[in-house]
Design a protein around this ligand. Structure first.
Ligand SMILES: Cc1ncc(COP(=O)(O)O)c(C=O)c1O
Length: 392
């Protein structure tokens, strides 16, 4: 029996080779900051995952690993239980990470010079992976309506016409937008009509917050599903992103064989001993822990929204429908992007991601990671409030 998670516990992360904590000086020029940038959480991973890893360590031999049927059974059962999506264990396979999976999909399914469509602002690798792989980046800019991102379908349709591949961020990062069935079907239908392959990055899908429902295009009609490559992971959900525990789901036999052969060429399919165990434990035992996490995150989000409305009305929270990342609309502060970033670093002493790192559409925005104890969120809001009152 697992004990109730203690999301309030503050765990010291400095000097633990943490990207989020130990790269502050390099990134922000100072270490005197609350780090609320890199997308991992400041919570301990659940006991059922840590126990599975400890048990393996106690065995003492960390040899080459098989990817057992229990791993794929745990995933297919989770996808059915949490998402109502029926997938065969034979339709999925290990990938080292989602970003490397995106790169591999670009390399495997497109040729140099081909056009790759993304919706920006978006998680930065979506912007640089196509370019770094010699493909042409095409952006369908999302439209921020003051509350949420919306899709410009006319632009999407025009641009999809000569693209080979569409990388969908589902749910979307930044902004945490959960796309509706209608929006997803419309995008997929355009892609199917134009022969555009859809790669759906669903790393945040299990972090869909209470009151919202996410959908995987792979669960839509066979015509759509046969054109979708879905990339998923327990990494964000259970705070194990350092383990490399991702997987693909490809229902189209031809595309799956092609992708698997591509992975095999680089011997990438074996998996990581701890990642396989952790993923299996997560998907077998994770429901209750995750439901408690989601409630905790929703509470942090509500706290921030209320604090901004009460004390800092010129900064507005775009309320995420999934994930622990809040897109802050700071345009009413009247600062250019450099000054906005400097305000957060030097005056509020908070390390956030500048909106422009997600594309030009992010000008005037900042992204804040609230996957942390409530006390950290309170401290952050107090620091921001003091800086805001002193300046505006
Ligand atoms: C949309 C999205 N995809 C992928 C990743 C990273 O995936 P990985 O660490 O498995 O490469 C992130 C991390 O923030 C993300 O937000």
């Amino acid at each position: 029996m697992t004990s109730r998670p203690d999301f309030d516990r503050i765990i010291e992360r400095h000097n633990s080779n943490s990207y989020k904590y130990d790269k502050l000086r390099e990134t922000f020029g100072t270490t005197d900051l609350l780090p609320m940038w890199v997308a991992d959480m400041d919570f301990a991973s659940p006991d059922f995952i840590l126990d599975a890893i400890r048990a393996r360590c106690d065995h003492g031999i960390l040899g080459y690993t098989l990817t057992p049927k229990t791993w794929s059974d745990a995933i297919t059962s989770w996808l059915y239980r949490r998402h109502g999506w029926t997938v065969e264990g034979t339709q999925l396979g290990f990938i080292p990470g989602i970003v490397s999976g995106l790169a591999l999909a670009i390399q495997c399914f497109t040729q140099p010079g081909d056009k790759v469509l993304v919706q920006s602002p978006v998680y930065p690798p979506f912007l640089h992976l196509p370019v770094n792989n010699g493909r042409e980046l095409v952006t369908n800019s999302l439209v921020f309506d003051g509350q949420q991102f919306q899709i410009d379908f006319d632009d999407f349709e025009r641009k999809a016409a000569d693209c080979k591949l569409f990388i969908l961020c589902n749910p979307h990062n930044p902004g945490g937008r959960v796309w509706s069935v209608n929006e997803l079907e419309r995008m997929c239908e355009i892609c199917v009509r134009n022969g555009v392959l859809i790669v759906s990055d669903e790393i945040h899908i299990d972090l869909t917050l209470p009151g919202y429902t996410s959908h995987s295009p792979g669960s839509f009609t066979p015509e759509i599903a046969s054109q979708v490559i879905t990339l998923m992971a327990p990494s964000k959900t259970f705070n194990i992103p350092g383990l490399s525990s991702s997987f693909y789901v490809i229902q189209n036999d031809r595309l799956r064989k092609q992708f698997k052969a591509y992975l095999d060429k680089a011997e990438l399919g074996m998996g990581n001993l701890f990642a396989i165990l952790a993923a299996q434990a997560a998907f077998e035992h994770g429901d209750a822990w995750l439901d408690q996490l989601l409630a905790y995150l929703a509470n942090n989000i509500a706290y921030i929204d209320n604090a901004l409305k009460a004390d800092m009305p010129r900064i507005k929270a775009c309320i995420p429908q999934a994930s622990y990342l809040i897109w802050l609309d700071c345009r009413e502060l009247g600062l250019d992007d450099e000054a906005l970033n400097a305000f957060f670093i030097k005056e509020a002493k908070l390390g956030l991601n500048p909106g422009t790192s997600f594309g030009v559409e992010g000008s005037g925005f900042m992204r804040m990671n609230i996957g942390c104890p409530k006390a950290t969120v309170e401290l952050a809001m107090n620091q921001l409030k003091a800086a805001y009152k002193a300046r505006f």
